[in-house]
Design a protein around this ligand. Sequence first.
Ligand SMILES: [Mg+2]
Length: 342
Amino acid sequence: MEPPESAITQRILIVDDSAGARLLIETALRAQGHSRFTSVDSAQAAFHALAMDAEPLNAPPEFDLILMDLLMPEIDGIEACRQIKSCPRYTDVPLIMVTAEESPACLKAAFEAGAMDYVRKPVNRVELGARVQSALRLKQEMDCRKAHERELVELTEKLRRLSQVDGLTEIANRRHFDEELVRAWRRAQRQYESIAQPQNGSIALVMIDIDHFKSYNDEYGHLAGDDCLRRVAEVLRTAAKRPFDLVARYGGEEFAVLLPDTGGAGAEVVAEQMRAAVEASDIPHGRSRLGRVTISCGAAAARVSGLEPASLIATADRRLYEAKHAGRNRVVGAAEEVRSCA
Ligand SMILES: [Mg+2]
């Protein structure tokens, strides 16, 4: 029976204190088409060949299969097997015990130490070949399964990230913002209720709208409008300095900024910095009074338990419209915090 192509490339370690036994096994493996094997004469030499103490501990193993003589001076096969199997790199590498000793107690000890199979001595070529092949096939299937699992984990992570990002501006999307707001809200409530940190538990929000965006689109077309959204998003993202601040596209030309652990005054400062940064980025807008793109901001903060996140959004939204009606390109906030739904 011919071994599969990949089996021939798999690496085998032969551990036996008898030169004659090693030669016999090598000859049998060679007859099966295997060429990538290493022979050593002791458990110590095996540990060295396996690079058992190499870093990192989960590095890929040096071998795909180990053939281990049971009776050896100093460290015997069972003890060697136990030590190899306790090494994270070799947990999933099959080990076949090669033994002249076939007492049930001895075989039980070998299996308990982590051997997956055993071959009788003196070695019969056909038997050895069959056992080696099935062990290698198992190893290969396990490798494939693990590679698939890794791919799946990576893909899931990639999809998770994609589902949180706005396709046009590449900042957080509305869905991710809603999830993060609820999460930050719960965290703020826990902090508010905790006596240990009575100064914490505040959460702030800035709602932002690009001024005269409809006329920007009318003037320059929708492709330029998309580009304008991307540029403003980038300016806002850069202006949000702390790693846990979240800038999201809320919808259309609206953005929302979530500022955990921030009070009303802090939110106003951030909003003003964002307003100034957009104005300073100098994106031309022929139908705007200033001749460039500007934003209006409504800021709000809450430091109460029992309120719903929606009340904070509603307050920030109301202030955004106040900013619009007061002439745009400005921030409306209130240093005092939202204390009730009213
Ligand atoms: Mg021996």
